[in-house]
Ligand binder design. Structure first.
Ligand code: KIV
Length: 298
C-alpha cells in the first residue's frame, strides 16, 4: 500500500490538498512545498507544478504594488488578488494573508475579516502574524470554522516594532519566548505555523515539539515545509534579495531583454510582419477601393 499522503483518486488523479493533508505530510515526513502567488497565471503555473500550498501573501504590497513594506495593504487589495489566484489553482491549499489592522483591532473584526477570505475570495484558510497577543483572535476565528496558519519570528507587519527586517530568536531568552508562542498557537488551534528568519536550530526544536507542521522561510532545512516569495525565487523583485532566498531564475533580466527587443523591432518596423497581421479578402479590398473613388472623387 502506498504511504504517499498526497491525495489521489483511484484513477491516480490529483485531489485537492487540505489542512489535513499537510498534517499527514508532517506525520509521514514528506516535505511541504509552499509558494506565494498574487495573480491567475502564477497560480495556474504553481498548481501545474504540483506546489502543495499557495499563500496569497501581503508581501504583494512590496513585490507587486511597490510599497516599502506590507503595512499599506488593505483587505480589498488582498481579496482582489485572492480571487484571481483562486481562479487559477485547483489542487493547492489556498491561504489568504490577513493584512495589517484587519485582525488587531477587535476579535469580532478579526472573525469577520477572516470569513471574507473564504466567503468572498474562495480561500481555504487564512494566515495571521503574532504570538500570545493574538490567541483570542485565533481561537475565535478557528471556532468560526476557519483554518488559521500562524506566523512567528520576523513578522513583517511589526517591522517598526522590530526595528527593521531582522532575524529573530538569536538570543536564548528571545528563542524561549518563540517556543512558548509556538506551543500556544498550536493550542489555540492553528493548523500550521510559518517560522520566518529564525536560527535553524530553533526552527528544528520547534518543529520537533509541535504536532502541527512548520513552514520555514529563512529558518533552515529542518522545518516540515518551506515557503518563498515567488518574485524572489524568480528574480523578479528589484529592491533586495534576502540571504535565505535561492533564485531559480532571473526573470527580471529576461523581461528587460524582451522589452528592449520589442522596442527595437517597433523602431525598425520589424514588428509586426505579415505573419502577425490580418488582411481583407481581395474582392472586399477591391470593393472598398471602388467606394473610396466614388465617395471621394471631386
Ligand atoms: O506575505 C508573505 O508572503 C509571507 C511569507 C513570506 C510567509 O508572509
Amino acid at each position: 500500500m502506498s504511504t504517499n499522503p498526497i491525495p489521489q483518486t483511484q484513477a491516480g488523479e490529483r485531489k485537492k490538498i487540505t489542512v489535513q493533508t499537510l498534517r499527514q505530510m508532517k506525520e509521514s515526513g514528506q516535505p511541504i512545498a509552499m509558494l506565494t502567488a498574487y495573480d491567475y497565471p502564477t497560480a495556474l503555473a504553481l498548481d501545474q507544478a504540483g506546489i502543495d500550498a499557495i499563500l496569497v501573501g501581503d508581501s504583494l504590497g512590496m513585490v507587486v504594488l511597490g510599497y516599502a513594506n506590507t503595512l499599506p495593504v488593505t483587505m480589498e487589495d488582498m481579496l482582489h488578488h485572492c480571487r484571481a489566484v483562486a481562479r487559477g489553482a485547483r489542487y493547492a491549499l489556498l491561504i489568504g494573508d490577513m493584512p495589517f489592522m484587519s485582525y488587531q483591532v477587535s476579535v469580532s473584526e478579526a472573525v469577520r475579516n477572516a470569513g471574507r477570505f473564504l466567503q468572498e475570495a474562495s480561500m481555504d484558510a487564512v494566515k495571521l502574524e503574532g504570538g500570545r497577543e493574538r490567541l483570542e483572535a485565533i481561537r475565535a476565528i478557528v471556532s468560526a470554522g476557519i483554518p488559521v496558519m500562524g506566523h512567528l519570528g520576523l513578522t513583517p507587519q511589526s517591522v517598526h516594532q522590530l526595528g527593521g527586517f531582522r532575524p529573530q530568536g538569536r538570543l536564548a531568552a528571545e528563542a524561549q519566548h518563540l517556543v512558548q508562542d509556538a506551543l500556544s498557537l498550536q493550542e489555540a488551534g492553528c493548523f500550521a505555523l510559518v517560522l520566518e528568519a529564525v536560527p535553524a536550530q530553533l526552527a528544528e526544536l520547534i518543529t520537533q515539539r509541535l504536532e502541527i507542521p512548520t513552514i520555514g522561510i529563512g529558518a533552515g532545512p529542518y522545518c516540515d515545509g518551506q515557503v518563498l516569495v515567488t518574485h524572489d525565487l524568480l528574480g523578479l523583485f528589484d529592491r533586495f534579495t534576502p540571504r535565505f532566498v535561492k533564485q531559480y531564475a532571473q526573470l527580471r533580466r529576461q523581461m528587460i531583454e524582451a522589452f528592449r527587443a520589442y522596442k527595437e523591432d517597433v523602431e525598425r518596423r520589424a514588428f509586426p510582419t505579415d505573419e502577425h497581421s490580418l488582411f481583407m479578402a481581395e474582392e472586399e479590398w477591391q470593393r472598398l477601393q471602388e467606394w473610396m473613388s466614388d465617395a471621394f472623387s471631386e
